[in-house]
Design a protein around this ligand. Structure first.
Ligand SMILES: Cc1cc2nc3c(=O)[nH]c(=O)nc-3n(C[C@H](O)[C@H](O)[C@H](O)COP(=O)(O)O)c2cc1C
Length: 147
């Protein structure tokens, strides 16, 4: 069964990146770092999941989605093929907790599949891996590979 790849953005503090790395190690799933300009220039060839932190940027528009993610989503194909969103955040940000993942979910009509704080706990990684495995199975059932 195909494993839906995860495209993530992580800043230099790399909290989201650590979670993504643990997900890759646990599940053998491909994870791609949108902080890398070469990755941002590509297009996902099929269904993919976004993993993004929120950054309350202090700008007038209150844009919390990292620029690297916004850049990847300028591609209509990438927008169309994104099937779900995972959010990394910090509850200290109050009403802005998970703002990027939640606002993008509202705008795109795609579900928030899982949310965690900072780099997540080992239990968060296991739980998220299970959700992604279930997603793979659902996608395989809706688009069966021809024999
Ligand atoms: C300047 C700054 C702004 C942040 N804004 C938010 C926010 O609006 N909502 C939220 O849930 N978390 C917010 N966070 C927390 C980060 O999203 C969280 O620490 C995340 O794990 C960082 O991932 P990264 O280290 O991969 O970049 C903010 C963190 C920083 C440093």
């Amino acid at each position: 069964m195909d494993k839906t790849p995860v495209y993530f953005y992580s800043s230099t503090s790399n909290l989201t990146g650590r979670f993504a790395q643990h997900l890759a190690e646990l599940t053998g799933r491909a994870v791609h770092n949108l902080a890398d300009a070469n990755v941002r220039r590509t297009e996902a060839s099929g269904p993919w999941v976004l993993l993004t932190p929120s950054y309350k940027a202090g700008n007038a528009d209150e844009v919390t989605l990292p620029a690297g993610v916004r850049s990847f989503l300028r591609s209509a194909a990438n927008r169309r093929r994104m099937v779900g969103i995972i959010g990394s955040g910090n509850r200290n940000f109050g009403v802005y907790y998970q703002a990027a993942a939640r606002e993008l979910a509202t705008r795109s009509g795609r579900p928030v599949l899982f949310e965690f704080e900072l780099a997540g706990t080992p239990e968060d990684v296991t739980h998220c891996a299970q959700i992604l495995d279930d997603l793979d199975a659902a996608l395989a059932a809706s688009h069966p590979v021809e024999a």
